[in-house]
Design a protein around this ligand. Sequence first.
Ligand code: FAD
Ligand code: NAI
Length: 471
Amino acid sequence: ADQTYDYDVLVIGAGPGGYVAAIRAAQLGLKTACAESRETLGGTCLNVGCIPSKAMLHASEFFDAAANGTMARMGVVVEPKLDLETMHGQRRDAVKQLTGGIEFLFKKNKVDWKKGRASFVDAHTVRVGEETVTAKNVIIATGSSVTPLPGVEVDNEAQVVVDSTGALELRQVPKKMVVIGGGVIGLELGSVWRRLGAEVTVVEFLDQLLPGMDMDLRKEAAKIFKKQGMTLMMGTKVTGCAVNGTSATLTVEPAAGGDSQAIEADCVLVSIGRRPNVDGLNLEAIGLELNQRGQIETDHDFRTAVDGVWAIGDVIPGPMLAHKAEDEGIACAENIAGQTGIVNHAVIPGVVYTWPEFAGVGLTEEQAIEKAGGDKAGIKIGKFPMMANSRAKTNHEPDGFVKVIADAQTDRVLGVWCIASVAGTMIAQAAQAMEFGATSEDIAYTCHAHPTHSEAIKEAAMGVRGKPIHI
Ligand code: FAD
Ligand code: NAI
């Protein structure tokens, strides 16, 4: 270690970006500390994001399967009774175990946890709480937090207007829930409470749900969530919110302008996106400027414009996803150690963990056509419905499809999009194939186990140049 500094590496933030970077740096022999102001390690993802939301999604899916007749159709007749306290309990347990696991990994790898909020004094000196820490390299991994909606004030304690953190903790099932923003959080957490009995209305500014996904998935999402009983108000904006005790009155109007309308709710979820955490870091002290979106820009190696200062995860551009943050954490630590750490940002899968799941990797059809100079003939598409997949059909999971997009000339796979009960698991093979530069033919001639949902990916790939067998 360089004796000039207390540490070789100080990571600010112990989310999936920061904790992974810290562990990798320590594994590579660098003396490492990680500053985290939360009570527990793991960041947004483990404490109030990926993990608790999946715990509630998984549990509520069982309730829904019992309540909506899915189980009865398979000969399992039960009358479900909701024990919300136990459901919350198993969520808290999952969080506790996983955050505790990171603490164990820090000890095992000799990463020092500096408890407190970090603030730059200069590029190599950081105040963490009462302590001053110096480091040769500082990695900013401070993540993101909820974007506020002016006029709609979140109060997670009162449980009337909540953000995602509040929506994970509701003490009772709302009768009527309004979700502002039909993106990932709105649909996942809206699904949780819809399954447990809430009437859910989604107010979305755009004409389709799930911005960023392939248009075929976005259109299908609207059909599927409507069929499940959600009310979708597309092309609509919220202009005001009045909280009266235990309920709220929202004023909404068409995004393009027009007559306003009032909707009542006993719970409002604000989920219109997230923004980078940079407040209090005192970036002025090191002369680090933000881009127009309030993010920290880096080069391909995750170096910022300031020597010795690096940044990864939600605080830099790119999709705000845990696995993207983790991969950047590994690559950044490797670069600091003098190795070659790379993240292929063209192949980052995205998954919405509703039922069914929506997943994709690579280019959407729209992006692929644009990349081909606007020439639709520049790409080829193969599609296969889950209805024709033997396993999905047997499991009574008819919704969804797989769509493989390939370059018309080279046959190289450009994107794979998928709606299926296990789409999140299926998309991994597509990501791997793309990472290896696969053609659609490579996937079509790869033997897939039968009967699995994944066979639908093979059949969609067969459809790119020829025909699938089962349709
Ligand atoms: P974060 O996880 O936000 O961690 C940053 C940490 O830095 C925080 O713990 C914060 O307390 C700390 N910090 C900030 N400033 C300071 C400071 N000055 N000093 C000390 N500490 C500081 N992504 C997925 O891939 N899959 C999912 O299923 C998924 N589900 C989600 C569900 C919800 C409800 C939410 C909100 C998010 C979800 N995400 C999901 C997104 C995912 O949580 C983020 O992309 C991921 O956590 C980003 O990691 P990060 O390390 O960049 O930042
Ligand atoms: P999002 O960006 O996914 O969706 C926000 C939605 O709100 C968009 O559809 C947008 O058009 C809409 N919107 C914006 N302003 C609006 C307004 N004023 N009125 C009505 N609608 C408005 O953001 P979300 O759902 O808050 O999630 C934040 C981030 O967290 C996501 O970017 C995602 O990366 C991450 N996340 C990932 C998950 C996963 O991987 N499964 C799960 C949950 C969150």
